[in-house]
Ligand binder design. Structure first.
Ligand code: FAD
Length: 457
């Protein structure tokens, strides 16, 4: 009986030793070669010292022999890695072209370091902290201060459910809608940091005002025009947007696609139709959007939809993918529905519907060569929305989750969440973080040249 107990004890001790060594090797992520050496030495010790039958020692050595064979790289690739990868790939869902574009789009700036497991903090600390120019500072101390003095958030939210007419006028005339528009188009051409400072300041008085100003200065759609618009589109829209003659909105979200924005069911079909008295090849749009900020007062709608060319009027491809276009509000077939009143904040927000809306091909932002590149455009320019949200330090907690999702191609509108940070400002400790983050906005910007026109794909 004693002999049996002793043998069991010795067996357990060896088993524990083998297991312990295996765990240490795994924990230290030792290479295959080094693991084979260590286990080989242990196995030799086992053969020399272990008082077990020969057949058992041979049995224990078989897995080791297999492990040794894995050290022969061509054999390992052929016998293990490739078959494993093949079956693993079969298990994974296939990636659509839109998802592939979302993954390829933009950059991750320093945030990418966080996923390496060993972030380079020095890189973050040495990132340039942006500063204001004298002109930007003067705008903050002048028109921005004046605007704040005009804002009575109680009156805006609870009495009128809108900004007073004189505030609308002031915002437009002082160029608040054109902060990101270059001077040559009549805008203020502010840096991302100055833009952020203006929003922070206004948000401290009224979330309605800051959200109203945030939209025309982000996707909606000056940012898209600046990066991808044709010269004709820039010349036409940017001066009007800067002067506030056009009030824009950007319509992506719909009743059936929110976070999962790449799944929008809104469609545009390339076909022949009547435009200003003559027949042209254009796009017939049918769409239903909701939660669109500034929609109730918009004069021009930035629209995201999926484009099809079933009759191959423009090329060989029939499903061109998500596309962004600019549609004047008064185009026949466009309807703005009843206003939403989201989260008890009074900025203008509502649904937009389109039934058989016919527009020329030139309505596509960037023209037909950028048809199907809408998702990439949106994802690449999200840095601006993120900068906008980071402009409102307390907004980060509320908004980060949806923003991160859309950054990953899933959805959420940055501007939509700005209001969360309206009142509780003064988080000085976070200001430096905001400045660095806003400084990074330029890192996520990608030039039009990086977009591959679909006809070259
Ligand atoms: C005030 C406001 C202004 C807006 N302005 C605009 C605008 O100007 N333009 C525009 O296009 N859109 C705008 N939106 C819409 C905004 O982009 C959407 O609300 C957002 O994308 C979320 O979509 P959804 O509301 O349909 O929620 P859903 O996508 O239906 O999500 C509902 C819930 O499910 C969760 N969820 C969803 N998917 C997942 C998942 N895969 N895993 C785990 N959880 C998930 C979400 O976190 C959320 O809690 C605005 C919204 C608001 C509230």
């Amino acid at each position: 009986m004693n002999d049996v107990a002793q043998s069991a004890g010795v067996f357990l001790a060896w088993a524990m030793l083998f297991l312990g060594v295996l765990l240490i090797l795994a924990y230290r992520r030792s290479s295959l070669g080094r693991s084979s050496c260590v286990l080989g030495i242990l196995l030799l010790a086992y053969w020399a010292l272990g008082s077990f039958p020969e057949w058992w020692k041979v049995l224990v050595s078989i897995p080791y022999a297999l492990l040794l064979l894995l050290n022969i790289r061509p054999l390992r690739l052929r016998a293990v890695t490739r078959p494993f990868l093949r079956s693993y790939r079969r298990l994974l869902p296939s990636m659509s072209a839109t998802e592939r574009e979302a993954l390829d789009a933009g950059t991750v700036w320093w945030d990418g370091e966080l996923f390496t497991g060993g972030p380079d903090w020095q890189k973050l600390m040495s990132a340039k902290v942006p500063t204001l120019t004298a002109e930007e500072q003067a705008f903050l101390d002048g028109p921005c201060e004046d605007l704040c003095a005009m804002l009575d958030d109680w009156d805006i939210t609870h009495a009128r459910a809108d900004l007073p007419p004189e505030v609308w006028k002031f915002i437009k005339s002082q160029g608040f809608f054109g902060m990101i528009v270059p001077r040559r188009y009549g805008g203020l051409e502010f840096s991302a940091y100055a833009h952020s400072c203006v929003l922070v300041k206004i948000a401290s008085r009224s979330g309605t005002a800051s959200s109203t100003i945030a939209v025309p200065n982000s996707l909606g759609p000056a940012e898209l025009l600046l990066h991808y618009g044709t010269e004709a589109q820039k010349d036409h829209f940017l001066p009007r947007l800067a002067r506030g003659e056009e009030v824009p909105c950007f319509a992506l979200t719909g009743p059936r696609a929110g976070s999962d924005a790449a799944a929008i069911p809104d469609i545009g079909v390339i076909c022949r139709g009547q435009w200003q008295g003559s027949e042209i090849v254009g796009i017939k749009l049918n769409f239903s959007k909701r939660y669109i900020t500034l929609a109730p007062v918009a004069t021009v709608v930035g629209l995201a939809f999926r484009l099809f060319d079933p009759d191959r009027l423009m090329g060989e491809r029939t499903d061109l993918g998500i596309t962004c276009a600019l549609i004047p509000r008064d185009t026949p077939g466009v309807t703005i529905g009843r206003r939403h009143f989201p989260l008890n904040v009074a900025f203008q927000n509502g649904p937009i519907l389109g039934a058989d809306v016919f527009v020329p091909i030139d309505s596509i932002i960037g023209g037909f060569p950028l048809a199907g590149q809408g998702w990439r455009m949106l994802v690449e320019q999200l840095g601006v929305c993120i900068g906008g949200v980071r402009a409102h330090p307390p907004a980060i907690q509320h908004a980060d989750r949806p923003l991160r999702r859309r950054r990953a191609g899933l959805g959420a509108h940055g501007g939509a969440h700005l209001h969360h940070g309206c009142r509780a400002l003064g988080h000085r400790g976070r200001d430096r973080r905001r400045r660095k983050a806003v400084g990074a906005v330029r890192h996520v910007e990608i030039s039009r040249d990086r977009i591959r026109p679909h006809d070259r794909q």
